[in-house]
Design a protein around this ligand. Sequence first.
Ligand SMILES: C[S@@+](CC[C@H](N)C(=O)[O-])C[C@H]1O[C@@H](n2cnc3c(N)ncnc32)[C@H](O)[C@@H]1O
Length: 276
Amino acid sequence: MLEEWLRANMAVWDELTGVHAASTFYDVEGFKRGAETLTSIELEELGPDVGEGTRLLHLQCHFGLDTLSWARRGASVTGIDFSEEAVGLARRLADEVGLSSRARFLRSNVYDLPDVLEGEFDVVFTSWGVLTWLGDLRRWAQVAAHYVRPGGTFYIAEFHPLAFILDDAARPDDLRLGYPYFQGPEPQRFDEPGSYADPDAATRNTVTYEWNHPLGEVVTRLIEAGLEIEHLHEFPFTHGLAFAYLEKGADGWQRIPGREEDYPLSFSVRARRPAG
Ligand SMILES: C[S@@+](CC[C@H](N)C(=O)[O-])C[C@H]1O[C@@H](n2cnc3c(N)ncnc32)[C@H](O)[C@@H]1O
């Protein structure tokens, strides 16, 4: 029998797939016309490594827009996600935009991926809203490192844990702490309708179980898994978070008004598996 956290989170993501596919936030029609979905962070930091024939594994790929964006740059991509709905939609989109010959999508819990996927990849990529769903970063890092070929690259761009400890209802001139930084092994249980992509969506599956991970834990788990860290960058802007203290600028990034440079809201880690 599935553990309650896994059952609840999967039900939410299966339902959110349809909500997101219809949202202006994800703009699926724009993607079909050729719009880029990757952010400037991963394009600048990882883009130069991805080209014709790069074997790229995307962990927690949702319904595949970012995965397919890498495929549009020539990569041969494998996207994995535990949501059957998301993986099904990703496959249909790959067909529709003519990328199915170099894009495959598998349904798997990230922890169990070695049971269903063999092989190694030049790049293992994951981004934006992935770690909060994972209680066991040790296992996550082992799985990620397992798929990086010797000399290959692991890359993550993600929300900064600081963004998840501020009270999300606070105004920019009255920032307050709302959640623990050192959360420990027990998940936080949230019961909220809607989604960051469509806060007014009348969703039926509303309970999620989530973990906020200190930055030190993320980096340490990757090192323990045998990866060599090349950079850890922090950015005072983010995107796609429905928090009251954030304001979206003309460049599409969200910042804290009046505190534009003061606090980290996103981070990226690039790591390499030692060659040979
Ligand atoms: C916020 S989305 C990733 C977002 C992605 N960057 C995007 O915007 O398309 C998180 C994804 O993680 C997946 N997920 C959550 N927990 C998972 C797990 N344990 N194993 C595999 N996928 C998981 C969800 O199904 C969801 O598609």
